[in-house]
Design a protein around this ligand. Structure first.
Ligand code: SAH
Length: 237
């Protein structure tokens, strides 16, 4: 029996269409480029990447995968957009990044293939694009080794996040194409904590990513009301 894929083809198509602009820091992907040093730094505050086997789930054009490889990790980036993966591979060639590989496979499929393989798993800005985010969280939990770390980021669901992430970013400032995000798919920290708990991951830390539309700057803060990250640990057996 073939397992039903936890993929929304319309979501993947949105990213495929824009894929050629992924490494243009002034494109629709500018916010990902801007937050990348912040999230990389936050991850590195908690784990040493050098020499580690890292999986980046929903890696897209590879902005985070590439940076983690440059920090010395052995990175596998996975995504369901062949176009985004093509761009990621091309970028690794052009930028001469070693230690990074990309593959079109779902988190669930990879979990069935090689459980407990990675020291670190990252899954950033991806859960709000899949039909069943809890299933991705479970797959990440099974892919990480006992004692390993899993990092998630997503968008919170409340009136402020609707205003900032959809009305502001897509309609007022035009930072993102209209329809990039669907409010109903946003995930509250409580919901994400429940998904991780059900997957037997322990939440270690949570951090907000704040944005000032006047200065165009992002910074890490305690405010998780819009964009936020969660660090979890798979307990040793
Ligand atoms: N994690 C990257 C890219 C985020 S954009 C970063 O933060 O820089 C969201 C990505 O999720 C896109 O590349 C899209 O193709 C991917 N995606 C959407 N649904 C997916 C699924 N079911 N499985 C894997 N990747 C998926």
């Amino acid at each position: 029996m073939t397992q039903q894929l936890n993929v929304d083809p319309a979501e993947v198509a949105k990213f495929s269409e824009l894929a050629h602009r992924w490494w243009d820091t002034e494109s629709e992907f500018k916010p990902l480029h801007q937050i990348n040093p912040l999230r990389l730094g936050w991850i590195q505050d908690q784990v040493t990447l050098s020499g580690k086997r890292v999986l980046d789930v929903g890696c897209g054009g590879g902005i985070l995968s590439d940076a983690m490889a440059r920090a010395g990790a052995q990175v596998l980036g996975i995504d369901m957009s062949a176009k985004a993966l093509g761009v990621a591979k091309l970028h690794a060639l052009e930028a001469n990044t070693s230690g990074v590989e990309y593959r079109e496979v779902s988190a669930e499929q990879l979990a069935a293939e090689c459980p407990a393989t990675f020291d670190v798993v990252t899954c950033m800005e991806m859960l709000e694009h899949v039909p069943d985010p809890a299933s991705v969280v479970r797959a990440c939990a099974s892919l990480v080794k006992p004692g390993g770390h899993v990092f998630f980021s997503t968008l919170n669901r409340n009136p402020k996040s609707f205003l900032f992430a959809i009305v502001g970013a897509e309609y007022v400032l035009g930072m993102l194409p209209k329809g990039t995000h669907e409010y109903g798919k946003f995930i509250t920290p409580d919901e994400l904590a429940r998904f991780t708990r059900d997957a037997h991951l322990d939440v270690q830390r949570m951090k907000g990513l704040e944005y000032n539309p006047l200065t165009g700057r992002y910074w890490l803060s305690a405010d998780t009301s819009v964009n936020y990250m969660v660090a979890t640990l798979r307990p040793e057996v």
